[in-house]
Design a protein around this ligand. Structure first.
Ligand SMILES: Cc1cc2nc3c(=O)[nH]c(=O)nc-3n(C[C@H](O)[C@H](O)[C@H](O)COP(=O)(O)OP(=O)(O)OC[C@H]3O[C@@H](n4cnc5c(N)ncnc54)[C@H](O)[C@@H]3O)c2cc1C
Length: 490
């Protein structure tokens, strides 16, 4: 964060000044807000809008400046939606039973069924609520992980969604303090007594009636990640916001809020190793894994690349890479695979021979040739279908490739260097179905609510199925806003 630099600090100072001027008060001067919302992403805005619509006065505290507002949410493209029949942009139906089965499958039972069903049911009928607040949808594009039935895509992506929500927030009189970090919440007798914030170097204390924490995970805090991952954490690429430092999360856990989730669990995928350390977003993702093989730094395969359909398995690859020596691997394929996936923003490394590709990637040519030859010999012919669990598999090789196995023999050969790209961490605060934050003794805090990544671990104990991050944030954001407004009214 030090690298944000003086220029940004000055910009923040100016923005804070304008925000304060626009409201006719310094942030701390008006301490009469009913609700403070920590964070400025999807969960925060859903909470803020809902609470304001229910009559509460709301101040959103966003650590980022306006251009970088919206955390990880600004990188998103879709959310997973339960629906009984086709909508304008979704095909077929996606029932509660199927949604739940998908979630159960990826989490392997590490999920709170009650809260998971709150999310699933909450997504039913959510699209009109979002549309009424300016969000527009589009059918999924060809090649987007076969999600046309299950996931509603935002026209213009997460940034357009957030811009729409911020516009409505402004019209409704919700105040937003940018470049303002929530430093700590003082909990006393199960209630938030006050909130300490810092903006452009000066600290202030606010005393709202209720607080919603929606400040994301701690995935951008490399020091914290090092507690569990050691030196490997230095090689992680953080796909989203650098502001996900986990300050609020740690502060609450230190004060006896009940933790949820395994601190080593996170959503992480394979990204192009050439991606920037932070905020590379969606364009650094590599979807090519099922269509070739993946080898480690010794040019050896280490996992079944064709285990399941991509939406259900893509999130396993970040963790697999994080556990490899040096956290580096290489996707290797041939000309047949080139058009089957959305490429990353970086071009593939291309060569006319497997040995040439190995050299270009910095791998041992002989070792890669051996791996490819053994793989090719193990491939059993079947009818290839990139969109379904097909019959193309290997035999007599360890690890096997159970679907989409085709010989890698048609030049040019393509390669991509891969690194673990961490999306968000699963350690969070425990909540109940009303988004109330629970203390270690099981009692709910009186005026503290949580939504989004900071509580996603209640539902995602491990694994991930595409579009649940935004589903959790939207549903629990609305619940948190509704419940916080009730406190404000009474
Ligand atoms: C590249 C990428 C693509 C993704 N695509 C999808 C997708 O298509 N569908 C999907 O469902 N999920 C997707 N996700 C996951 C999704 O982004 C998250 O699950 C979701 O956006 C979480 O929303 P949130 O509001 O909880 O957190 P965020 O959107 O990250 O918001 C957290 C906010 O808190 C602020 N903040 C942090 N600490 C403080 C503090 N101390 N004080 C004040 N503010 C603070 C941050 O600046 C930020 O504004 C994607 C994530 C990434 C990185």
């Amino acid at each position: 964060m030090a690298s944000l630099g003086n220029g940004l600090l000055q910009m923040c100072s100016r923005i804070r000044y304008y925000v304060a001027q626009a409201r006719g008060a310094a942030i701390g001067e008006n301490k009469a807000y009913d609700l403070l919302v920590a964070g400025g992403g999807n969960a925060a805005l859903c909470a803020a809008l809902t609470a304001r619509e229910a009559g509460a006065s709301v101040l959103v505290l966003e650590h980022a400046p306006p251009a970088l507002r919206g955390g990880n949410s600004r990188h998103t493209r879709n959310l997973r939606v339960m629906h009984e029949k086709p909508t304008a942009t979704l095909t077929g139906s996606y029932t509660e039973a199927e949604y739940w089965a998908d979630l159960l499958g990826v989490t392997k039972g590490k999920t709170d069924e009650r809260l998971a069903r709150v999310v699933i049911r909450g997504t039913s009928g959510i699209l009109p609520w979002m549309e009424a607040r300016g969000v527009r949808f589009q059918p999924s594009l060809h090649g987007t992980l076969s999600l046309s039935r299950t996931n509603a895509f935002f026209l213009g992506g997460g940034k357009a969604l957030l811009n729409a929500y911020y516009d409505v927030a402004k019209r409704m009189g919700i105040d937003v303090a940018y470049c303002t970090e929530v430093r700590s919440l003082a909990l006393e007798d199960g209630r938030v007594r006050e909130v300490e914030i810092e903006s452009a170097g000066s600290k202030e204390t606010l005393r709202p009636k209720a607080v919603v924490v929606s400040s994301g995970g701690f995935q951008a805090n490399i020091e914290w990640l090092r507690e569990y991952w050691g030196d490997a954490a230095d090689n992680f690429v953080v796909r989203g916001t650098p502001y996900a430092q986990g300050r609020v999360l740690r502060n609450l856990l230190d004060q006896g809020v009940a933790p949820v989730g395994d601190p080593t669990q996170f959503h992480a995928i394979a990204v192009d190793a050439r991606a920037p350390k932070f905020d590379g977003g969606i364009v650094t993702r590599l979807d090519c894994v099922p269509f070739g093989i993946v080898v480690d730094h010794e040019a050896k395969r280490f996992y079944d690349e064709g285990e399941d359909l991509w939406p259900k398995r893509y999130a396993a690859w970040g963790r697999l890479l994080a556990q490899r020596p040096q956290q580096i691997a290489y996707a290797i394929m041939d000309n047949k695979a080139e058009k089957l996936f959305m490429p990353s923003v970086f071009p593939a490394v291309v060569a006319e021979s497997v040995a040439g590709l190995a050299k270009a990637l910095g791998l041992d040519p002989g070792a890669l040739e051996t791996t490819v030859r053994e793989f090719n010999q193990a491939v059993r012919r079947g009818v290839f279908d990139s969109g379904a669990l097909d019959g193309c598999r290997t035999e007599g090789i360890d690890p096997p490739k159970t679907h989409w196995a085709r010989r890698i023999d048609e030049p040019p050969f393509l390669g991509y260097p891969l690194r673990p790209g961490i999306t968000f961490t699963y350690l969070g605060v425990k909540v109940d179905e009303n988004a109330r934050v629970l203390l270690e003794d099981g009692q709910p805090c009186g005026n503290l609510f949580a939504a989004g990544e900071i509580m996603a671990g209640n539902i995602l104990g491990q694994g991930y199925v595409a579009g649940t991050g935004m589903a959790i944030g939207t549903v629990f954001g609305r619940i948190a806003g509704r419940e916080a407004a009730k406190i404000a009214r009474h």
